[in-house]
Design a binder for this molecule. Structure first.
Ligand code: PLP
Length: 433
């Protein structure tokens, strides 16, 4: 962003020129002074979701009762999956909503290993979400002999690249060196949960395929905020959550994508009745349903699905291109303000300087990060989050984060530092940080 000013009026002028500004009123914001900086963990409540949930409870559950299953409930996982697919560049019939991200990862890693049964290793990296690594470890340990999990040290590489605006990333080629003819699967987070590093999905997918490996992307931090072309990039598998930029609500069910060309070659390791060909025939033998439905397991959570559907519809209305444009502008503005006002306060950058390589949150690292984060929350009415050992994350969700919120956040962070307010907060961490 060229010629940015640190004035409040400049922030207001950016908001006045923002084509997505009107989406702010789509979301509940009962405290206008709150700077909500955690849409990358839990999206705000869309107003229409509150109305839709009320309708689902009162009219559908309350009046339709069991008839609801034939009036849209049974088809909800696939219907909403197709809507999410539109955001991911996936044609209909390849995305379905079910379970949690962790469970979907378990299902799809098994599916990948069924297709590549002779190969003995899985490649991932140390930017990936720990739950993803745990699941890989558990699956590896269940094989005899155990599969090898190769954890690429991407963190060291990105640390040398964080400051660079121009330098092409050395990551894809360094990662590629770890993939060999024994690699069954390469699985990574598209946007890393801590740094916000954004992988070149098309390039990594190409490199993995060149060596006969399958790829599985975790889209939790990119779905709804980064343009993605799963079909065009020939991605094999993907998973992701719906409670961040898709605004589905706390613990809302996750989604999974299986490329059509693979669907009939494999199936879920959990042979539940919702993934059966004809569940209401009540046969005692399992036959997988055709297509993506075979990756369902049990009864879908209808109330939670209602929130996912409205959340996704708002994202579709805004359009992913406009959302990405605003996301880049917000993160750029945040970084420029931070660079101009926080130097000498002990922060180091935790997110890439190159906008093409970063998602929609900005991380600042500080040895007293936890205490600074507490001061922001408890004393300054700013809500970011903290990731151990030293990272404060500021999530900039383009549908409701205003440039003025960014300006306010930096102002308040400056006060926390200049007035040493963080020093009154303890290092003892709450259960959820
Ligand atoms: C990148 C990523 N993957 C996986 C998960 C785990 O998701 P879930 O708790 O829905 O299984 C999270 C949770 O925040 C995440 O950020």
């Amino acid at each position: 962003m060229k010629n940015i000013s640190t004035s409040r009026d400049f922030a207001l002028s950016l908001d006045a020129a923002d084509p997505l500004a009107h989406f702010h009123t789509e979301f509940e914001s009962p405290d206008p002074a709150l700077c909500y900086m955690d849409g990358n963990s839990l999206g705000r409540l869309p107003r229409r979701t509150a109305a839709r949930l009320h309708q689902t409870i009162k009219d559908e559950w309350g009046q339709s009762l069991i008839r609801g299953w034939n009036q849209g409930w049974y088809t909800a996982p696939a219907r909403i999956g197709d809507k999410i697919g539109k955001l991911l560049g996936a044609d209909a019939g390849q995305v379905i909503v079910s379970d949690s991200t962790s469970v979907n990862l378990y299902k799809l890693v098994h599916a990948a290993l069924q297709i590549n049964p002779e190969r003995r290793n899985i490649v991932t990296d140390n930017l990936n979400f720990p739950s993803d690594i745990y699941i890989l470890q558990g699956i590896a340990a269940s094989h005899t002999p155990p599969l090898e999990i190769r954890v690429f040290d991407a963190q060291s590489l990105i640390e040398t690249e964080l400051q660079s605006e121009e330098q092409p990333s050395a990551l894809p080629s360094a990662l590629s060196a770890l993939i060999d003819e024994q690699t069954a699967l390469v699985t990574l987070s598209h946007v890393a949960f801590k740094s916000g590093y954004l992988y070149d999905m098309a390039e990594i997918t190409r490199q993995a395929h060149a060596k006969g490996a399958l790829v599985l992307w975790d889209l939790s931090h990119s779905a709804g905020v980064i343009p993605i072309e799963l079909d065009a990039w020939e991605v094999d598998f993907a998973i992701g959550c719906t409670y961040k930029y898709l605004n589905g609500g706390p613990g809302s069910p996750a989604f999974l994508y299986v490329n059509r060309r693979l669907q009939e070659q494999t199936c879920s390791p959990i042979w539940g009745w919702f993934g059966q060909n004809q569940p209401f025939d009540f046969e005692l033998e399992y036959t997988p349903a055709p297509g993506i439905a075979r990756f369902l397991a049990g009864t879908p959570p209808i109330l939670s699905l209602a929130g996912v559907e409205t959340g996704v519809e708002i994202v579709l209305e805004a359009g992913i291109t406009a959302i990405r444009q605003k996301s880049v502008a917000l993160t750029e503005y945040f970084l420029c303000l931070a660079e101009q006002t926080l130097t000498g306060q002990g922060f180091t950058p935790g997110s890439p300087r190159n906008p093409a390589r970063r998602g929609s949150h900005i991380s600042l690292r500080h040895p007293a990060g936890y205490r600074i984060n507490r001061a922001l929350i408890e004393n300054m009415n700013v809500l970011p989050d903290f990731r151990a050992p030293d990272t404060i994350r500021f999530g900039l969700a383009p549908l409701y984060t205003r440039f003025l919120d960014v300006w306010e956040t930096i102002q308040r962070l400056q006060r926390v530092m200049n007035e040493a307010r963080w020093q009154t907060y303890s290092e003892t961490r709450a259960s959820v940080t």
